[in-house]
Design a protein around this ligand. Sequence first.
Ligand SMILES: CC(C)(COP(=O)(O)OP(=O)(O)OC[C@H]1O[C@@H](n2cnc3c(N)ncnc32)[C@H](O)[C@@H]1OP(=O)(O)O)[C@@H](O)C(=O)NCCC(=O)NCCS
Length: 344
Amino acid sequence: MSYSDAMFHHYQILTKTVDEYRKGRTIVLLGDSAVYRKYLAETYGITDCMVVTIVKEKAGNGLTHIEEIKGRNDRYYIVAPRLQKDLELQMRLYSYGYEDFEDCFFYNHGTIRLIRGTEKYSDPYGNHIHSPSCDVLIDQFATHLQIDVDSSCKFGKGGLITAKGFGGAKVTIGEKCVFENNVTLLVSGDAEVSIGSKCLFVRNSEMIVLGGTTLHIGKNCLFSFDIKIYCGDGHPIFDLKSRTRLNLQSKDNPKSIIHIGDHVWAGMRSIILNRTVIGTSSIIGAGSLVKGEFPNNCIVAGVPAKMIRKDITWSGDYLLDDINAIPEEYQYLTGEAPSEETDL
Ligand SMILES: CC(C)(COP(=O)(O)OP(=O)(O)OC[C@H]1O[C@@H](n2cnc3c(N)ncnc32)[C@H](O)[C@@H]1OP(=O)(O)O)[C@@H](O)C(=O)NCCC(=O)NCCS
């Protein structure tokens, strides 16, 4: 999604909320936005919105001075489409008798921090969060987030889920996952993350999943310490000859995913990048840099990681000596496990 597409999408989802609350009142824009006016005209046929200014000398020529809307919340619904947060302006509006959502709407909602212990959180920006054991930081523009961390999960000190930017990211974490100290997840834009049940993340690991990308982790996985999972490059790369972008992140681009099967063990300090598939019951060696497609029940290691051993399985129980105690679903020969559905 390009920046302007993302902005448009942002306006689109927020205008649904504006439309619900304004109840026929005239929309008054606090600070102009050509993109937003275009959106209102094209989507809702609204072409008569007023634009207010705080500068008296600028009033006239289509601009109304802000004092004229004082106490008129029966008639006007105020929208501040500007991306900069202007607290002074916001306070002024409140002093004029306008209330959040009922009478006015700020696209920049400021940073929202949910402290662990918050059972359920929803807001008129379409954010729905259930993350009782982990703090969640919602960036100033993040809307339509769906974050659902199962109540049985445990996060240690420093655990944090951060959501940034427009797009409506989705995060689902299954039951009984344990995240030891300082394990963090950052999602931006329309990123999607799913983590299966009973995964263990040992301390100091970071997952970053950028807009347009998807991270899937199966069940019963073990992530050692100091691991980085980075889905998306963060910056565009262009080919000079074809003039095209090489690393477009989008749901249609198979390079934009990381798919880790069930019962995968990632060794300490490994780095896992997008365009990666790792099959069930495989192992990533310590310090490896993983980018590519690898089958089930193998060991991959090195920089860049290559398959160094086939036909293995492993156990999370370090005292186990009997292979028969390992579930059969984790004992396929390499390349013979039932195929997993991935987008690659
Ligand atoms: C990969 C690993 C599991 C060992 O697998 P193995 O099949 O027993 O591997 P071996 O020791 O027989 O080594 C086989 C080859 O792979 C290489 N190799 C092993 N681990 C490697 C690694 N992490 N990175 C690069 N190469 C590695 C060895 O140097 C050897 O190469 P060679 O054949 O050229 O000599 C182990 O080295 C490892 O990385 N363990 C992870 C430890 C960890 O992070 N523990 C945290 C617990 S939560």
